[in-house]
Structure formats: structure tokens, C-alpha cells
Design a protein around this ligand. Sequence first.
Ligand code: ZN
Length: 137
Amino acid sequence: MKSYRKELWFQTKLRREFINITTEVDRVIQDSGIQEGLILVNAMHITASVYINDDESGLLKDYERFLERLAPQDADYHHHLTGEDNGDAHIKRQIMGREVVVAITNGALDFGPWEQIFYAEFDGRRRKRVLVKVIGE
Ligand code: ZN
């Protein structure tokens, strides 16, 4: 069994952004040379998520509205007693998840219809990482 590790770096212009990273993840599979296996993609920060869903602009706006309703940026958070200001971002990340695992078949992401991999940033404007780990043959 082979394994291959790569970090993808992001610096968003906005505090919150949704970025389709499917092409970058697919490139990691090509670089790994692995044809059959599994790929793990996880945010390495506790205020960002990696998730799989449709790349549809209305849906991205719906996520923004839904998450802001559940964890408003300007609400009072106990976490802010530490001097931080990103209580909302921690909760948004918890809702949207930390990582995804996808099967690799014939050297490609073995997706269902419309599945795309997203990096969701909830406290951006600084350099942050996503870990990609590929295992297989
Ligand atoms: Zn924090």
C-alpha cells in the first residue's frame, strides 16, 4: 500500500467564503499515482470546514443564511472572554464538519451525481491549511 500527503493553503479575502477545491484534490490524486484507495481531506483549523455538496450559487447563499441564523457573528459568546472574536466561526465549522473521505476508483474521485468538495472558511483573511492524505495502490 502506498500513501501520499499534501497540504493545500488558502487565504480568503473575506471572513467567510466557500471554495470548490475538487480540481486541487483531483490533482493530488494524480500526483500520488494511486489508482484504487481512499482520500481524506480535512481542514487543519477549528474555524473552517471541508464538506461535499453541490456547487450551486443559491445553495451557497442558503448555507450562509442558515449558518448566520444559528450562529450569528455579532452574538455574545463565552469564547470571546478569551479575547477572541470568532465564537461564531467555531460553531459554523462544527455544523459543516471537519473532513470528507472519498473512494478512489481508476485513479479518480468516485463521486455520486453533483458531488463536489468544498473548503468553507468562517474566519479567514489569513493563511490556513487543508490536509489531503491518499492511501491505496
Ligand atoms: Zn477562537
